[in-house]
Design a protein around this ligand. Structure first.
Ligand code: SAH
Length: 349
């Protein structure tokens, strides 16, 4: 049993099962606070770690918007959950030749993990770090990027039992954690269409994700700018249990070894759109569609033409993984938000 597991087991024995959201929040804090989870030796690989082309194209997406917004003299470029800083390093390099962009822009990272902050500083030394999105300065337009950030925020789950709807809790017994329905009826919280859903139906709510989206929407409306949110998920409403654990590049039991696996939930993009009002929303579109419209094939071909045969093969394989329907291309979606009088972003026709 992990130290976190022992603490949670004691707490559950003393005061009863805890909400899935509490369990997820504690596990994620322990998990991200204690390691670099990315890459081959870690637990999972993200798009910027697959190919430099991902961050480069997002850089051009940013520069194009900034130019069409009239090249404001001051810009706050924000990334939520920057991982190893790879996306921002690729983005920053790609926009170096856009006149005035570097000079106008300061980079802000919202990151809680000290380990990952160190990795980010090695790649993007000029960044300024913040614990929360609320701490970003409010004096200039924002361009905000978040890749695989929202899936790492805790969700609440509700389950339909024979006796009606209950919050889904985490219980402990016989040396292991497991999901169990809580004691309090919550039918009054459920939409009418789901009241009579079959027993076993699960519904998820992401209040933490909603709060971040609301802050982004309010900032964009007040400061101007745009956001690009990329993650795996769906356009809700939907039912189903999407809580999953990933460890050493495979799926694991979310209730085994608390704090030792990456716990995620699929992102409800409709909920993010709604939470981000008054910002204007575009999408979600699939990652494949977005990257195609941003010119991933031409960019890959141009890089491959200048590369060694081995490097060219890696570049093509990376692009295939980013856009492939059976890889990341269709499960991953992109949502764009704009505020102020910023124009429609590229890639969201
Ligand atoms: N965007 C990166 C990393 C994705 S992993 C990439 O695509 O490679 C999730 C990232 O979000 C990590 O950097 C993690 O430390 C950070 N993170 C998770 N929960 C967070 C929170 N509540 N506040 C700030 N950062 C968080």
């Amino acid at each position: 049993m992990t130290p976190l597991g022992e603490r949670l087991a004691r707490e559950i024995a003393a005061t009863g099962p805890i909400p899935v959201a509490r369990y997820m929040a504690d596990c994620l804090a322990q998990y991200y606070g204690s390691r670099d989870p990315l890459g081959r030796g870690g637990d999972f690989v993200t798009a910027p770690e697959v190919s430099q082309v991902f961050g480069e194209l997002i850089g051009l997406w940013c520069a194009d918007l900034w130019l069409r917004a009239g090249s404001p003299a001051k810009l706050r470029l924000v990334e939520l959950g920057p991982g190893r800083g790879t996306l921002m390093a690729d983005l920053w390099r790609a926009v170096a030749r856009v006149p005035g962009f570097h000079a106008a822009t300061s980079v802000h990272f919202v990151e809680t993990s000290p380990t990952l902050r160190r990795a980010q500083a090695a790649q993007v030394p000029q960044a300024v770090w913040h614990d929360r999105i609320d701490d970003i300065p409010d004096d200039a337009p924002l361009l905000l990027v978040a890749n695989e950030f929202f899936d790492a925020l805790p969700i609440r789950q509700f389950v339909r039992t024979e006796a009606g709807w209950r919050e889904r809790m985490v219980a402990f017994g016989d040396g292991r954690f497991f999901a169990a329905a809580g004691p309090v009826p919550v039918d009054a919280l459920m939409p009418p269409s789901l009241i009579a859903a079959p027993p076993g139906t699960v519904v998820e709510l992401a209040p933490a994700a909603g709060a971040v989206a609301a802050e982004i929407g309010a900032r964009l409306a007040a400061q101007g700018g745009a956001a690009l949110i990329v993650d795996y998920g769906y356009a809700g409403p939907a039912t189903g249990d999407t809580l999953q654990a990933v460890r050493a590049h495979g799926f694991a039991d979310p209730f085994a070894d608390p704090g030792e696996a990456d716990l995620t939930a699929h992102v409800d993009f409709t909920a993010l759109r709604v939470a981000a009002r008054p910002a204007t929303a575009f999408g979600p579109v699939t990652q494949a569609a977005l990257l195609a419209m941003l010119g991933i094939e031409a960019r890959t071909a141009a890089l491959a033409a200048r590369a060694t045969p081995d490097q060219a093969a890696l570049l093509r394989a990376g692009t295939a993984r980013l856009v492939g329907g059976d890889a990341m291309g269709s499960l991953f979606k992109a949502l764009a938000l704009t505020g102020g009088d910023w124009p429609q972003p590229a890639g969201f026709a």
